[in-house]
Design a protein around this ligand. Structure first.
Ligand code: C2E
Ligand code: MG
Ligand code: MG
Ligand code: MG
Length: 272
């Protein structure tokens, strides 16, 4: 009986894997048309100084409103876009649209754009950034690129070279989702970066877990020593913000401070 059930499960598993694979192929095909069909949209989420509450900038988060499937989460389609290469035109579109938008704001807030490891590995990102800044007139110091640690795990030398070129333009680099990769300390030691974004898993645990709090404290201290600000992601409650304040964490982002949303021609000062 047990054996029968197991066999059955295996078969079911294989069928659903097959379907998942087919679904990924369908999504990949549609991704190539998403830009021209105007199905992509940028959301913005505010980043604030913990102590003063003042706005530092906005992170750009991509949304895909698929004609039949509805809203598809970036967590779902970015990996597919990376696999099929569509991340290159899509990433370029995101960068250009975001810089165009920010160049029109009435206040010089920063704009933080996520950069895929595939972009860093396959395209002349520094050249692209340079062109887009020139085209849109956005001051380089208003642009921040967020890269995850996994970006750096691939071709390290190449990634380093590209990051140095980007920094030479005056653009800043933030390490995203810090604390979830395998080589956090190695990353900090060898890469030129201007901000540490602490992964939101720490925030979700910081109230109950003394370990999470100890790590928060240690990373804030590390940031102070290295003279780079630490931004805590995923702040959802007043209490979490109070913890950040008492721990001396400089910056925060999360639903409690503002949910991601479209800018829709509003000035960012009016956005949620
Ligand atoms: P990320 O860069 O770490 O972005 C933060 C994610 O956390 C966003 O998810 C945001 O909506 C979510 N978030 C913000 N505050 C809170 C909070 O208080 N609680 C919780 N539970 N979540 C919060 P989103 O928009 O679904 O994006 C997921 C990931 O997709 C991003 O993680 C980023 O890695 C990637 N992504 C999004 N847009 C782009 C893009 O334009 N290019 C690339 N390469 N990746 C992107
Ligand atoms: Mg990010
Ligand atoms: Mg993050
Ligand atoms: Mg993330």
């Amino acid at each position: 009986r047990a054996k029968e059930a197991l066999t059955h499960n295996v078969c079911f598993y294989e069928v659903s894997m097959d379907e998942a694979a087919r679904d990924r192929r369908l999504i990949a095909t549609d991704l190539w048309y998403a830009i021209e069909r105007k199905e992509l949209q940028l959301y913005y989420q505010v980043q604030k100084a913990v102590q003063s509450g003042s706005v530092i900038g906005y992170e750009v988060l991509l949304r895909w409103n698929h004609s039949e499937r509805g809203m598809i989460s970036p967590a779902q389609f970015i990996p597919i876009a990376e696999e099929c290469g569509a991340i290159l035109p899509i990433g370029e579109w995101v960068l250009r649209e975001a810089c165009k938008e920010a160049a029109n704001w009435d206040q010089p807030h920063k704009i933080a754009v996520n950069l895929s490891p595939v972009q860093l590995g396959n395209a002349d990102v520094a050249g692209l950034v340079h062109r887009v800044l020139r085209e849109t007139g956005l001051a380089p110091e208003r642009l921040e690129l967020e890269i995850t640690e996994s970006t750096i795990i691939g071709d390290k030398e190449r990634a380093l070279r590209t990051l140095r070129q980007i920094k030479a333009l005056g653009v800043t680099i933030a390490i995203d989702d810090f604390g979830t990769g395998y080589s956090s300390l190695e990353t900090l030691r060898s890469f030129p970066f201007d901000k540490i974004k602490l992964d939101r898993s720490f925030m979700s645990e910081v109230e109950e877990s003394p370990q999470a709090k100890a790590i928060l404290r240690a990373i804030v201290a590390l940031g102070q020593t290295l003279e780079v600000p630490v931004l805590a992601e995923g702040v959802e409650t007043r209490n979490q913000l109070d913890i950040l304040l008492s721990e001396g964490c400089a910056e925060a982002q999360g639903y409690f401070l503002g949910r991601p949303g479209p800018m829709e021609g509003k000035s960012p000062s009016q956005a949620a």
